[in-house]
Design a protein around this ligand. Structure first.
Ligand SMILES: N[C@@H](CCC(=O)N[C@@H](CS)C(=O)NCC(=O)O)C(=O)O
Length: 118
């Protein structure tokens, strides 16, 4: 057994725990009623999320925190931070572009479901 397959085996064992803590508190069983993305256009992490949304034509509305300072204030009230991208899922904020894309993929694309939700 080579290093890669040892790592792969270990990851398969840890993956359900990692993913269940990553999405703790979020409903992975249904499509949300409302998705809002706080972003600004030059942010590469936002671009990653917006690219995914565009590619899959997902129903997300945008709030640009650079164009509209009130949105930055809103974001701070929601998260205690000004970090973008932040996807607000039925009022519940999710930070981290990788988590946001994984969540959207799970809910709308379904090709790579987090293992604990299946
Ligand atoms: N690890 C985060 C990084 C996000 C990030 O660094 N965002 C920057 C903009 S590119 C930001 O919001 N900085 C301002 C702040 O954190 O208040 C992700 O992948 O979403």
């Amino acid at each position: 057994m080579n290093c890669f397959s040892v790592f792969e085996k270990l990851w398969q064992r840890l993956k359900p725990q990692v993913e269940s803590s990553r999405f703790a508190g979020f409903d992975l069983t249904k499509q949300p009623d409302e998705l809002v993305l706080y972003k600004f256009d030059r942010c590469i992490f936002c671009q990653r999320v917006m690219g995914f949304i565009r590619q899959h034509q997902l129903p997300v509305s945008y709030r640009d925190v650079q164009e509209t300072p009130a949105y930055r204030q809103e974001l701070f009230q929601l998260t205690g931070r000004t970090q973008v991208p932040c996807l607000v899922i039925d009022g519940q904020p999710m930070l981290e572009s990788a988590d946001i894309v994984a969540y959207l993929r799970h809910i709308y694309v379904s090709a790579d479901k987090p293992t604990h939700a299946s």
